[in-house]
Design a protein around this ligand. Structure first.
Ligand code: AHR
Length: 506
């Protein structure tokens, strides 16, 4: 049987802008994300520029990635930036105690990261060390990167070969201070965020967007504690903001933390439980936004979901501390569902960073020696890139048979969002049902469209994934099943599929 649904889209009622930064990325010194992923070193036979892998850069440029968060994660709170500058062979070494207990040679440091961002055309998002660092260390890092003229840190930067200051906007003040970043209480962490933020100065016209370490999942109390620092409740004056954004992290699992399961070997029940967990992000963002609205009704402080994505068992035979996992069609549908939810939260959600870009967790890219694989998740980012900085449009779904019970919870199996940018409408649709197709009528009101085109991402199995040998097992194809009708368009989404429709406004 085929389910039916109608998506009503008002083309002339414009919602908030979808910040391009919700399509952000994350690169930690973890497993093979930096070393082997982004960085191969200047002596590598793999094509590179100054040690940075060029196939990776090319693939990410095609996604127009807006920002890249670095150096962690948990690693950020044991990273001392001065170990990562100067001649590489003289840089001190350390042990990466969080991830695999391996030695870190610090060959990829501040200059290498900034060069990477320049190659990618992405804004840097640097996560500073609160857990084991000092206020002075963080303050000097900001000075080193962004100050012009003459000062001790500027002289050090110039001695290391960089004359001009860089522009850095996004600055993280600690990571997961409730856990690996120091096991702090919310009150203590909030005080430290105020203190560190004070000494992260705006040098010249480089204005920092300071991001305080926020809640784990649905810990709304943590958010409230942070928000109490920024303004007085009910106060009409412009809130005094020590920080401009606060974080939240949520990972998608199919069961308990202790039994995450395989990335590629799973059944339909696991799949539906995964989708329930993915959908939970809607409740989490709503909860944090509601708390933030009480203290910041003008929505000047951004919510920053700077870690999200699926977390499975590592691939058999790989280092358990390296978090290397395959990526299937299931992961792609987790991502597309997240983006629909993100678009609906555009008025508060300023940034989101999937964990992590290469070879770690829900990656865009997997490398194997000199081979590079684009994952199904990569294709969702590519197909959705037109939503970046677009004006969101409300989508109202009328549907009776796109729901199913998963345990005692209800899962809505159709997901959608839409936006308009530069006179082009982009509609994203996901059918989460593992067996049933759904016929969707796009009821477009308040305007009309020209010739539409569509692309489809699906596969015969949920477990389908890409490898160096079969690199296009899951890849977008153009879709020719669009029927132009009176209210708009009619199309049938196959089971477990993601589809985008694009059309000029006429
Ligand atoms: O992304 C992997 C880890 O997950 C990050 O280092 C940490 O912040 C989170 O717990």
């Amino acid at each position: 049987t085929t389910a039916t649904a109608t998506a009503v889209i008002d083309l002339d009622i414009e919602g908030p802008t979808i910040s391009r930064h919700i399509y952000g990325h994350f690169a930690e010194h973890l497993g093979r994300c930096i070393y082997g992923g982004f960085w191969v070193g200047e002596d590598s036979p793999i094509p590179h520029e100054g040690g940075i892998r060029l196939d990776v850069v090319r693939a990410l440029r095609a996604l127009e990635i807006p920002n890249l968060r670095w150096p962690g994660g948990c690693f950020a709170d044991e990273y001392h930036w001065k170990d990562g500058i100067g001649p590489r062979d003289q840089r001190p070494r350390m042990v990466n105690t969080h991830w695999g207990n391996v030695e870190e040679n610090n060959h990829f440091g501040t200059h290498e990261f900034m060069a990477l961002c320049e190659l990618l055309g992405a804004e840097p998002y640097i996560s500073g060390n609160v857990g084991s660092g000092t206020v002075q260390e963080m303050s000097e890092w900001v000075e080193y990167l962004t100050r012009d003229g003459d000062s001790p840190m500027v002289r050090l930067r110039k001695a290391n070969g960089r004359e001009e200051p860089w522009r850095v906007k996004f600055w993280g003040i600690g990571n997961e201070t409730w856990g690996c970043g120091g096991n702090m209480r919310a009150e203590y962490s909030a005080d430290l965020a105020r203190q560190y933020a004070t000494y992260c100065r705006d040098h010249g016209d480089n204005k920092l967007y300071r991001i305080a370490s926020g809640a784990n999942g649905d810990d709304y109390k943590w958010t409230e504690t942070l928000m109490q620092q920024i303004s007085c409740f009910g106060c009409e004056a412009t809130p005094r903001t020590f920080f401009q954004g606060i974080t939240v992290h949520h990972y998608t699992l199919s069961g308990p933390w202790e039994a995450k399961g395989s990335a590629t070997v799973f059944d339909t029940d696991d799949y539906y439980r995964t989708m329930l967990s993915a959908r939970k992000i809607d409740r989490i963002l709503t909860g944090h936004s509601t708390v933030m609205d009480m203290y910041d009704p003008r929505r000047t402080v951004g919510l920053v979901l700077d870690e999200w994505g699926t977390w499975w068992d590592v691939e058999p035979g790989t280092n358990p501390g390296f978090l290397f996992q395959q990526n299937t069609l299931r992961d792609a549908l987790v991502a597309s569902t997240h983006f629909d939810i993100f678009h609906r939260h555009a008025s508060r959600l300023y940034m989101a960073n999937i964990a992590q870009t290469v070879n770690v967790l829900q990656a865009m890219l997997l490398t194997d020696g000199d081979a590079l694989v684009l994952t199904p998740t990569y294709h969702v980012f590519e197909m959705n890139k037109g939503h970046q900085d677009a004006t969101s449009l409300d989508v109202h779904l009328r549907t009776d048979d796109t729901r199913r019970l998963v345990g005692d919870a209800e899962l809505v199996t159709l997901s959608a969002s839409a936006s308009v940018k530069d006179g082009t409408v982009l509609v994203s649709l996901t059918n989460l049902d593992a067996e049933k197709p759904v016929e969707v009528t796009l009821d477009l009101r308040g305007g009309s469209i020209g010739e539409p085109t569509a692309r489809l991402l699906t596969a015969d199995r949920l477990q389908a994934h890409n490898t160096p040998e079969a690199s296009a097992a899951v890849a977008p194809l153009s879709f020719d099943g669009l029927k132009v009708t009176d209210p708009g368009l009619v199309l049938t989404l196959p089971p477990h599929s993601f589809l985008t429709v694009q059309a000029p406004l006429s």
